[in-house]
Design a protein around this ligand. Structure first.
Ligand code: ATP
Ligand code: AMO
Length: 516
């Protein structure tokens, strides 16, 4: 028999048929010396396989071998489908395979650093199991990441990364249908693209260089090169020095840049329709993956409007003021006020996804176009989606104080702090139960006049010589344009109401982690 059947396709219709499957030995169990059961898992589906000693067909030695298979080994099972008279517990398929041959294709270690079963439990299931006096291991985030290959096998993680695949796929399909061109810009660049200190510097054959903090400069240069509308899906590097639930040192940027005819609202129109199309697609087409995530990490569906709400920054400031939160009208929103505003917007407009635009110029990057009618403001925007606070503060504070104590070699402080830090990480899931707004997109109209661009860069403390080729590209006639950047991991994290960006990055890079 050469044709392979997928475990998910094993149904009553195949009764008495011979099948061949490949999967992992999820669990094994011996019943006396003549019988063993092995539950085989493939892509989230499981089937119970029965190995019974029979003369000339299955030896007792074979039964013993199957019973002793280590969990997660890869096996090929050949046998006949049967339908038992009682419902099968512990497998998704309601048929069994009466095994004639079983080969171990590759064996796993006899003991695993984390069990898939433990790593798949929801917080509620853990509580219930503990109350029932069951022995179980709570698998914390760091352990999961240390053994990511095992952690990835949980249904929730399979769901998360399949949803991530859909997000980038819809992003690409939508933009292609709107006549955008996909581009690929360099990640090794001469100067920082966003300004600031969060840049990885390196030696480029004797010249100073950095890893791109965004495709910002080159995507704009593609507009100067007459591509009209471009997008890129690629890695973005930020030398973040803080350890938060939403910052990575490397993430996947979804970047867009486009000519605009009259107004930066044209860019916000694309943001609105792109994201409504994306959310609709996820809700309508990705039930299985969303359910898999929700089963382990419960969340409510995202509330969003057909036409994305747009609020001016000044209106946001006013709403906060009325709620008793005073902020500088020409300053940035801090994380706390962003969250408060998210809560107020949800109460007033019933949406967890909205655009805040006309930010104060002083808090935006040098390439942002000032407002024509009031240069204190800019033609820029951020987009907010629900978020989860809490763990960031605890983990940030405990981390920083721990580092200070380490530096001072103060052991009296260090031990309790290290304990606090470990505790925070072990229980991150428990702490973050509460959702408010968080940034996922930044965008703006850009300065397309080279003299103003050089002036703005200088005013923002950027060494203009490091970006001279970028500024020069505006000297040959540059069309008015704008664009935006989105963090892929943040979209998935916040759409699924997850509390930590490390859950939506396959191999996260943060200030403390560069492996696996
Ligand atoms: P993000 O905010 O997601 O980092 P960004 O690159 O646009 O995206 P900033 O514009 O520097 O970041 O910051 C925007 C908001 O995020 C600010 O309100 C700032 O207080 C908050 N913020 C930035 N970095 C951190 C951090 N490491 N920890 C907590 N809050 C932060
Ligand atoms: P900004 O710096 O706001 O803007 O980044 C755009 C989006 O990228 C995501 N993001 C991150 N995700 C994970 N870890 C990080 N450390 C991190 N930093 C940012 C967020 C954020 O909204 N060039 C501009 C975009 C533009 O104007 O086109 C830029 O990079 O989702």
């Amino acid at each position: 028999l050469k044709a392979w059947t997928r475990v998910g396709d094993l149904t009553h219709e195949l009764q008495d048929k011979e099948v061949l499957i490949r999967g992992r030995a999820q669990t094994t169990r011996a019943v006396g010396k003549n019988m063993a059961f092995v539950v085989v898992r493939e892509r989230g589906f499981t089937v119970q396989c029965v190995v019974t000693a029979k003369p000339d067909l299955v030896s007792k030695h074979m039964v013993k071998f199957v019973a002793g298979l280590s969990r997660e080994s890869i096996v090929d099972v050949h046998g006949v489908v049967s339908v038992p008279s009682v419902p099968i517990k512990g497998a998704t398929q309601q048929v069994e395979i009466q095994v004639s041959k079983l080969y171990c294709v590759n064996k796993s270690m006899p003991t695993l650093p984390i069990s898939i079963e433990d790593a798949s439990r929801s917080e509620k299931e853990i509580e219930e199991a503990l109350q029932a006096g069951e022995q179980l291991v709570r698998v914390n985030q760091d352990t999961r990441l240390n053994y990511r290959v095992l952690d990835m096998r949980t249904l929730a993680n399979q769901g998360i990364f399949r949803i991530q695949c859909q997000v980038s796929n819809i992003f690409r399909q939508f933009l292609l249908s709107e006549e955008f061109v996909e581009i690929h810009t360099p990640k090794l660049i001469a100067g920082s693209s966003e300004g600031g200190s969060a840049v990885f510097r390196l030696d480029y054959k004797g010249q100073p260089a950095c890893l791109a903090q965004s495709p910002q400069l080159h995507k704009q240069m593609a507009i100067c090169g007459d591509f009209g509308r471009v997008f890129e899906i690629g890695p973005v590097f930020r030398a973040e020095d803080s350890y938060t639930h939403r910052h990575l040192c490397e993430f996947t940027g979804l970047d867009v840049e486009m000519e605009i005819k009259q107004h930066y609202t044209e860019v916000m129109d694309i943001v609105g329709s792109l994201f409504v199309a994306m959310f609709d697609h996820l809700n309508e087409k990705c039930h299985k993956d969303l359910d898999a995530v929700r089963r382990q990490y419960p969340f409510e569906p995202l509330k969003y409007l057909r036409k994305t709400l747009r609020l001016r920054f000044e209106e946001g400031v006013q709403m906060l003021k009325e709620a008793g939160v005073e902020i500088d009208p020409y300053g940035d929103l801090n994380t706390e006020s962003e969250r408060k505003l998210g809560q107020l917007v949800l109460e007033k407009y019933g949406t967890e996804f909205y655009i805040l635009h006309r930010y104060p110029l002083a808090v935006r990057p040098f390439y942002t176009m000032p407002c024509y009618d009031d240069p204190k403001y800019s033609n820029s925007f951020d987009v907010f989606i629900r978020g989860k606070p809490f763990d960031e503060y605890f983990s940030l504070i405990s981390m920083k104080v721990t580092l200070v104590a380490l530096h001072l070699e103060s052991w009296t402080f260090l031990l309790p702090l290290l304990c606090l830090h470990v505790y925070m990480h072990a229980f991150l899931d428990k702490f973050s139960m509460h959702m408010e707004g968080e940034e996922i997109i930044s965008g703006a109209q850009r300065v397309h006049v080279p003299e103003l661009l050089a002036e703005r860069a200088q005013a923002c403390g950027i060494d203009v010589s490091t970006i001279s080729t970028y500024i020069d590209s505006f000297r040959y006639g540059a069309p008015p344009h704008g664009g935006f950047g989105v963090g892929l991991e943040r979209v998935v994290m916040l759409f699924c109401g997850l509390n930590n960006i490390r859950k939506t990055s396959l191999f996260p890079r943060d200030p403390l982690r560069i492996a696996p």
